[in-house]
Design a protein around this ligand. Sequence first.
Ligand code: FAD
Length: 631
Amino acid sequence: MRKFDVIVIGGGHAGTEAAAAAAKMGCSTALITLNASRIGFMSCNPAMGGLAKGQLIKEIDALGGIMGRLTDRTAIQYRRLNSSKGPAVRSSRAQCDKPLYAQTMQSYLSTHPNLTILETEVADILSDGKKIEGVLCRDGSEIHATSVIVTAGTFMRAVMHTGFEQTEGGRAGDQAAVGLSQSISKLGFQLGRLKTGTPPRLHKDSINYSEVEPQPGDEKPVPFSFYELPNPFPYLPQVNCYITYTNEQTHEIIEENFDRSPMFTGVIQGVGPRYCPSIEDKVKRFRDKNRHQIFLEPEGLNVDEIYVNGVSTSLPKDVQERFIRSIPGLSKAEFIRFGYAVEYDAIDPRMLKATLESKDVDGLFFAGQVNGTSGYEEAGAQGLIAGINAARKSKQLPEFTLGREDAYIGVMIDDLILKGVDEPYRMFTSRAEYRLLLREDNADARLGGKGFALGLLSENDHRFLQTKLEAIEMGKKSLEEFFVYPTAETQKWFSNRGLPEPKDRLTGTSLLKRPEISWSELSELGFSSNVVPSSVHEELEIQLKYEGYIKRDIELLEGVKKSDGLRIPSSMQFSDVPGLSTEIRQRLDHARPETIGQASRLPGVTPAAVANLLIYLKMSEKSHERTVRAP
Ligand SMILES: Cc1cc2nc3c(=O)[nH]c(=O)nc-3n(C[C@H](O)[C@H](O)[C@H](O)COP(=O)(O)OP(=O)(O)OC[C@H]3O[C@@H](n4cnc5c(N)ncnc54)[C@H](O)[C@@H]3O)c2cc1C
């Protein structure tokens, strides 16, 4: 019988990140997946990042994960979203060459030390009910491990729908996983039914490009990875996407066929994402809108498929053909694949700890879509945390967790394990309380040290980070030592721009803090910008311009941290805590929070209840100290 330190079930975005992390941390790791040629496959859109998702990739990269580096190797269009808005909401997005992304992932993992890839189906999870033992595969083989990570994505009891046509399968071209749900359910996990959907794919030569609007990428693309810049950069030729719109005729065709939609006729029971509705949902919910925007996105450089972003649908094939052909630029559209919806099982993530390990079965971890999330980035980020903790468990090292103040990853996991999900969860910047602290540009400064300590970042990567941090400090010093004096020439410079003329000398720091002054204006005033490497310009400028807000957030955070991190012993009986209502006691019993911070964020738990918990904890601590000290 084979034995590994860590088994990862699934080769999607959570599984690949988990397996790479565990193997990098020195654990013998098995990645078991249904189809090895689909490892790292993008099930839906050909893009990585986007609002708040870009932050997740940067954080994965900062910690030493692989998603950012692979994105930079395969990107065919980069776009910085919200680039004219505040730094907290700026996010990167890259269109990738879809087949190349999966191939690059496969060749990376296939030569990874400590990692074995096995192509089979996991049919059962082996445990004594309290502690993980390993897995049983469909071919009858038993594989044992200290930790098992389930990253089964959209595959558990998965059914695909196009109109009233139903097919078993996790996504087009892939079988469903049947036994795993049952096995997880037998271990006491509650399973819910969720749903997601995908739009049709059209042949690129069937689009009339004169009727659609080109959408080029950024002139100066910014890489995802902090540590590795492909040479040349961008590594691949960059391409345009295109924009078009639905119209009233499109909406009429869709509306006429609501009675043939599996969504509106009760055929699909799973809950879909409200924030990412299908086109039939959009037409129904936003009747006042006479058009919806559509992005036509190439799936690769040598690929015929165009992804029609914005019209995810499970309507019958003939309806899809009619409504798509009513859209400008698509009147002669040829379908390579029709849109469909997929329903699948997901666990209730409230049964997990912040490490993504089960609260009940020691050594069993869950990550990705199976925890009720949606998206490659959300999956990758959870995979990384589960991989790190599974590896640390097998090495008997303490757990590794991230808080809401550390990273978007911390926000997401905290939301999942405390609130659970009632629809597929995706990351938004609005979910983070300290989003000015959790920016894309400083993810390496926030997390790089942790990644190095965990053994995920190499010496080289770490040195690179140190050099960057030193450059920022040197930049601050040079700005502090640069002065603009109130001469006739400088006063003219200021008055020409409608700015108040300086009365005293001004430092570079005080100038760069002003909203109307950036690096180019500083250069005009005589500051030699090349003293500060351009790679740190943005971060340094944000630090100075938003200093007041950042300081306020840090102070706020310090106050919260004092009580937030206090641990609640797992043996604690909430029924012993005086002053808690039955409802609050039940909520606490159900969620079993690990810290006071987690308890305070549970829906329905009042500040007064938190105060009672705090008093109780302090009193228990004192009585414990008295007992320990007693002769
Ligand atoms: C049709 C469709 C539409 C989607 N639409 C969107 C969207 O619009 N926006 C968005 O952000 N995300 C969308 N997604 C979701 C996105 O694809 C997932 O969020 C992401 O792929 C999740 O990654 P994962 O690693 O959790 O799972 P997946 O990428 O699904 O990977 C699961 C892996 O587990 C393996 N596996 C499953 N069961 C077993 C078993 N028993 N034994 C061995 N291996 C097993 C599979 O072979 C696969 O490799 C969509 C997905 C689908 C299928």
